[in-house]
Design a protein around this ligand. Structure first.
Ligand SMILES: Nc1ncnc2c1ncn2[C@@H]1O[C@H](COP(=O)(O)OP(=O)(O)OP(=O)(O)O)[C@@H](O)[C@H]1O
Length: 822
């Protein structure tokens, strides 16, 4: 048993292709759907509509008898010469619109031509039409469906009901009725909304998964909403977004992708375009100015923020505005501020139908409470919503007139996205930000950045779990020994050793299929599921492609034979996977002669047999229904087979040298640190920009405001979004010493107190194990899987106590104290 799949001589890329095919097993890609505006072959453009002669009066007039070569030319053509076919305008009219808004037409024409496209347009500028109209036209031409991946699961139903009546849509979730599922399969809907998890699987997908590709109508294109989540350098990276591009291509055969986002710098947009495999520069079809002109921006640095907020809301600028959102970072704060406003704004009813002054909204509230607040705000009966960022995503209220940031947002991207919820009707709207002059908000926001980072030791433990050693090298050596003379074997071994020393490793192992149980790994390493997924993504994106991610799977198989041990032995004779499972147990020293059940890792088993996972699982499942001679039962065989333990599933090497393992750990650690430093730098840059335009206090802008400052802030934002800055800003952070010096100065005065608190904390919990990072997290009020806020947050003596102090310094002191107490 080699423990390795494929022949030792196989080329790694062939092998990867094999793995890919395997991941697609059971999922036939949908029939290749033709672009609406048809490309004759990869490099030439010829336009006609197979079903109707619609494009004849449009694009093909310019093209008759002419071929344009190259993808870039196609894009250029669409940009400069194309006349949009009348059918597209007819569809626009069907949707109730008279004309296109900037950028929509180009994006729609590209999608109809089958060209992947990225659209970066401010909130409320009409990005949704860029998928709705092509989906409608494609479905009108022939039975097809457009997939729309959206992270706003809770709002999907609202999104569906808010679509133009011409569009038939459904969303995938676990409560889908049978009829709804059937309608999707029969191609009765134009658009199918789904979460990224429903597409790629994963811990939260549950039963709300996409039906297999062969049960779906052909997919015309896929739209990825909030596409910035694809870029691992973006403010909102979601690892499953990276995998979803791959899943769309490999499992569903989707060739045309449309990315939509409201916030992406030029550098991020290029990174997203790279992931969407957009070939030509014009694929980033639209990038609009960051802040719409109808928004008036101001910033102030009041010491008494509560009073200042009330004053601002009573002043001329905000006093007459109907719909206002006040954003706070913390949930508790939203409740407090809403209560404050209700008390202080009594008697300030500005018009009749208004019933409520202020209500809070955050993710900790029940769904019905949130819905009530949202509905009251939507219909204009509630004036102010005091909310965390959970409020407003996907909110289509065109007449929000004011946005107030009670705390600083975490990035320019978040700021632009949040203020973009005001004035979507194009009428003037006001936005104000309260900046804490002492930098208190900075500390609060830094917590979230530190919460995501992982230390070197944890990275190392995880790497060992992802690349367990295999026997491929020894087996290969034995094979060589059989084939060659002893002297040549010796020479071969020497050569190999040299190769390893120079890091130029000859690969013998061609990767193994592996599964790492999600929950178990989260608990063992104290990293979130997202954190582990991010690390796996970094490894897959590495130029050496250290891992290849596959669809998450249930990896543990539990087999019970109700007729006893002899039944287990009998099925081992007829079922190779069971025979191998028992043999592997015996080799590991486990005796199963009196056992009637066995539990094993089915992924590891399939890999060791050189079988594909799906047939192994199928074979095992069938054991429950076989009625072989000697088995009792009616149709059922008396065998129970259960799969459990949802696991990350991937292919990785098993013959990595120590140097390679170390370099992988080093790479991951540096990458995680670079991400942390980049985010810290961006946070600081954000603070500095707001600081540069801030009024001393809000009274200076509560009645009238200075438009120059607003323009200056818009210019700073524009510069940020249009700059071709590098994505990794960690080096810039190193240059920015100021911040560290401030923290060290404070630490000098507080060092002894912090040490005393760490000792006191350790002594009260001496039966538990802590790392320096775990203690620093608790002192910063950051919950983690093993040290949740719900439990550790109760002890107010320590929780959040040192939030204003440098996180890494606290780790250092805590580690010293842990070592001292050992
Ligand atoms: N061509 C158009 N003409 C007139 N109105 C339009 C047009 N396109 C879109 N709209 C309207 O603009 C509003 C905002 O559109 P949409 O929700 O698509 O914006 P968005 O860019 O997706 O915003 P967000 O980023 O907040 O999701 C909607 O009410 C929509 O009906």
């Amino acid at each position: 048993n080699t423990g390795s799949r494929g022949s030792a001589g196989a080329n790694p890329s062939q092998h990867r292709a094999q793995g890919r095919n395997q991941s697609q097993a059971g999922c036939q890609p949908t029939a290749d759907i033709k672009p609406y505006i048809y490309k004759k072959n990869k490099n030439s453009l010829s336009l006609f509509s197979p079903s109707k002669n619609v494009v004849q009066n449009g694009l093909s007039v310019y093209l008759s008898g002419m071929h344009i070569t190259g993808q870039h030319m196609i894009a250029l053509f669409l940009t400069f010469f194309s006349a949009t076919p009348p059918e597209v305008y007819e569809a626009l009219a069907d949707f109730g619109y008279k004309s296109f808004r900037p950028g929509q037409e180009l994006a729609i024409m590209r999608i109809l031509s089958g060209l992947s496209t990225l659209v970066v347009l401010s909130t409320g500028m009409g990005k949704s039409l860029c998928y709705q109209l092509p989906a409608y036209l494609y479905a009108k031409r022939s039975k097809s469906i457009a997939l729309v991946v959206s992270p706003l699961v809770s709002l999907m139903d609202d999104q569906v009901s808010g679509l133009p009546p011409k569009i038939k849509a459904a969303c995938i979730h676990s409560n889908m009725t049978k009829n709804q599922r059937e309608a999707v399969k029969e191609g009765k809907v134009h658009v199918l909304l789904l979460s990224p998890e429903a597409l790629v699987g994963g811990g939260h997908a549950g039963s709300g998964c996409l039906p297999p590709a062969d049960q779906l109508p052909p997919v015309s294109f896929a739209c990825i909403d909030e596409a910035h989540c694809v870029s691992e350098w973006s403010h909102n990276f979601r690892p499953c977004y990276l995998r979803l591009c791959k899943v769309l291509r490999d499992r569903l055969g989707v060739r045309c992708l449309l990315g939509l986002t409201a916030t992406a710098t030029l550098a991020t947009a290029r990174d997203i375009a790279h992931h969407l495999e957009i070939q030509d520069e014009d694929g980033i079809a639209v990038r609009s100015a960051a802040v719409p002109p109808n928004l008036h921006l101001s910033v102030s640095m009041d010491k008494e923020k509560d009073q200042a907020l009330v004053g601002l809301l009573k002043g001329d600028r905000f006093g007459s505005l109907d719909s206002i959102i006040v954003y706070c970072t913390r949930r508790e704060e939203t409740n407090r501020i809403a209560a404050l406003l209700r008390t202080c704004m009594q008697g300030k009813m500005i018009r009749k139908p208004l019933k409520w002054i202020a209500e809070s909204y955050h993710a900790g509230m029940s769904a019905s409470q949130r819905r009530r607040v949202q509905n009251n705000f939507m219909c204009g009966e509630l004036r102010v919503v005091v909310a965390t960022v959970a409020f407003g995503m996907g909110l289509d209220k065109s007449d929000v007139r004011g946005i107030i940031h009670y705390n600083m947002p975490k990035s320019f991207e978040s700021y632009v996205q949040e203020i973009g919820r005001a004035g979507r009707d194009g009428k003037s709207a006001h936005c104000h930000l309260f900046l804490d002059p002492e930098g208190g908000d900075l500390c609060e926001l830094r917590r979230h950045i530190y919460g995501d980072t992982v230390d070197y030791f944890t990275v190392k433990k995880l790497v060992q779990k992802l690349f367990p050693p295999c026997k491929c090298r020894q087996i290969n050596e034995k094979q060589q020994a059989v084939l060659k003379s002893p002297s040549s074997v010796h020479q071969h071994q020497e050569e190999e050793q040299n190769c390893n020393e120079t890091q130029n490793v000859t690969r013998v192992c061609h990767t193994h299929e592996r599964a790492v149980p999600i929950q178990e790994t989260v608990e063992a390493h104290d990293i979130t599921e997202e954190g582990i997924e991010t690390i796996l993504c970094y490894l897959e994106l590495h130029p050496q492609h250290w891992v290849e991610l596959l669809h998450p799977t249930l990896s543990s198989c539990h087999l019970v034979c109700y007729s006893g041990p002899q039944q287990l032995r009998a099925i081992a004779k007829i079922c190779p996977p069971v025979a191998v499972a028992l043999a592997r147990k015996r080799l590991a020293g486990e005796s199963l002669s009196h056992s009637s059940s066995v539990t094993f890792d089915v992924v590891e088993l399939a890999d060791s047999m050189g079988w594909e996972l799906i047939p192994v699982k199928r074979t095992l499942r069938q054991l429950q229904w076989k009625t072989e001679r000697g088995f009792r039962g009616t149709g059922k065989s008396g065998v129970l087979v259960e799969f459990s333990s949802l696991s990350f599933h991937f292919r990785s090497y098993g013959d990595l040298t120590h140097q390679e393992m170390d370099s992988i750990c080093e790479f991951l650690h540096q990458r995680i640190q670079a991400q942390e430093k980049t985010q810290l730098y961006q946070l600081k840059a954000c603070f500095k920009a707001f600081f540069s335009v801030a009024y001393h206090n809000s009274t200076s802008c509560s009645d009238k405001m200075d438009d120059d400052r607003s323009q200056k802030l818009k210019a700073l934002l524009m510069n940020y979004f249009d700059k071709k800055a590098e994505l990794d800003l960690s080096k810039k952070y190193e240059e920015d010493k100021e911040d560290c010096e401030l923290s060290k100065y404070k630490l000098k005065d507080w060092g002894d107190q912090i040490r005393a608190d760490i000792r006191s904390f350790l002594s009260t919990r001496n039966e538990e194990k802590f790392s320096g990072r775990a203690i620093a997290r608790i002192f910063h009020g950051i919950g983690s899987p093993c040290y949740p806020a719900l439990i550790y947050g109760k002890d107010r003596r320590f929780w959040r106590k040192y939030i204003n102090f440098d996180f890494n310094e606290i780790i250092r002191i805590a580690t010293e104290e842990i070592i001292r107490t050992k």
